[in-house]
Write a protein that binds this ligand. Structure first.
Ligand code: ATP
Ligand code: MG
Length: 283
C-alpha cells in the first residue's frame, strides 16, 4: 500500500498530545478508515527520511495486541503515520467519561497490554517507552491494543531532546537519566493499572496538583503510591506493589506479571471486553 497525503480525506480530529495530533481519515482508494498521527520534529530533512526508514519495521509488527500500521510519509515537513483506527478510543477518555474501571476488566486489559509488550520485545526487541492510558486503545470488537511505542531510535532521540520527552508515567530510574529497559515499561504498567482502577492519576496520593518538576521529584524520592486500604482485592494491590518497586532489578518481567494471581484470576472472570465495549460506547 503506497500511502499519499492526497488520498486521505479528513473526517475529524481525534485528539492532540504533546508531540502532535491524530486525525480520523478516509483512505479513498481503499475505502479504509485510518487514524493519521502527525508528528512535528525540528530536524533536517535527511533525518526525517531516516525516521521514515526506521518506521518501516512497523510493517512487520503483527499481533492482536498491537495497533496495526498502514504506512508513513512526509507532508509539509511533518511525519505522518497511518494506523488502524480504534473506534472507541483510548482508556483515558473512557475512564474520564465513565469513572473508575471495574477491577476484572482492568485485569483483562492488563493481560492484553502485557501480551503486547511481550510480543514487541520477544519478536522485535522493541521496548515500548510510553505506556499510559492514552496509548491503550479499544474498539467495538472488544479488542485492546497498544500504540505509540518507540520503534525509531532517531525519532526517540529527536523527541527526547525536547521537554515533551519527559512524562509522569516514567520510572524513577528513567527520570534520573538511567538506562531504559523493559522494567521501565513495567513501572508505567503499574501506574496505568492504578489509574484505571482509581479513575484518576495516582500521584501524589492526596490528589493535589503538582507542577511537573515537583511531580518528577516526588516520584523519585517519595514512596510509590498504593491503592486505598480495603477497597481493592489484595491480588491487585500486590500486582501494583511489584510493578512499582523502585529498584528495576526487583520488578517482575512482563512474562512474570502475566502469571500473577491478579491477571490469572481476571482472565478466568466471567466478564468480557466485547460487552464492556458496548457498555462504554453507549451515550
Ligand atoms: P502524548 O502526546 O503525551 O503521547 P496522547 O497519547 O494523548 O499524549 P496522541 O498520541 O497524539 O497523544 O493521541 C491523541 C489522541 O488521539 C489519543 O488520546 C487517542 O484518544 C486518539 N488516538 C490516537 N491513536 C488512535 C487510533 N489509532 N485510533 C483511535 N484514536 C486514536
Ligand atoms: Mg499517544
Amino acid at each position: 500500500l503506497d500511502l499519499q497525503a492526497e488520498d486521505l480525506q479528513m473526517i475529524k480530529e481525534l485528539g492532540a498530545g504533546n508531540g502532535g495530533s491524530v486525525d480520523k481519515v478516509l483512505h479513498a482508494p481503499t475505502k479504509t478508515i485510518m487514524a493519521k498521527k502527525n508528528i512535528h520534529v525540528e530536524t533536517q530533512p535527511q533525518v526525517k527520511k531516516q525516521i521514515l526508514r526506521e518506521l518501516q519495521v512497523l510493517h512487520d509488527c503483527d499481533s492482536p495486541y498491537i495497533v496495526s500500521f498502514y504506512g508513513a510519509f512526509l507532508n509539509h515537513g511533518e511525519i505522518c503515520m497511518c494506523m488502524e483506527y480504534m473506534d472507541i478510543g483510548s482508556l483515558d477518555s473512557i475512564y474520564r467519561k465513565k469513572g473508575p474501571i471495574d477491577v476484572e476488566i482492568v485485569g483483562k486489559i492488563t493481560y492484553n497490554v502485557l501480551s503486547g509488550l511481550i510480543y514487541l520485545y520477544d519478536n522485535h526487541r522493541i521496548i515500548h517507552r510510553d505506556i499510559k492510558p492514552s496509548n491503550i486503545l479499544l474498539n467495538s470488537a472488544g479488542q485492546i491494543k497498544i500504540c505509540d511505542f518507540g520503534v525509531s531510535g532517531v525519532l526517540i532521540n529527536s523527541i527526547a531532546s525536547t521537554f515533551v520527552g519527559t512524562n509522569a508515567y516514567m520510572s524513577p530510574e528513567r527520570i534520573q537519566g538511567g538506562p531504559y529497559s523493559v522494567k521501565s515499561d513495567v513501572w508505567s504498567v503499574g501506574i496505568t493499572v492504578m489509574e484505571l482502577a482509581l479513575g484518576r492519576f495516582p500521584f501524589p496520593p492526596d490528589g493535589k496538583q503538582l507542577a511537573i518538576l515537583e511531580l518528577l521529584n516526588y516520584i523519585v524520592n517519595e514512596p510509590a503510591p498504593t491503592l486505598p486500604e480495603g477497597m481493592y482485592p489484595e491480588d491487585l494491590s500486590q500486582f501494583i506493589t511489584a510493578c512499582l518497586l523502585k529498584n528495576p532489578d526487583q520488578r517482575p518481567t512482563p512474562a512474570q506479571l502475566l502469571e500473577s494471581p491478579f491477571v490469572a484470576r481476571c482472565q478466568m472472570a466471567p466478564v468480557d471486553l466485547k460487552q464492556w465495549a458496548e457498555l462504554v460506547s453507549r451515550k
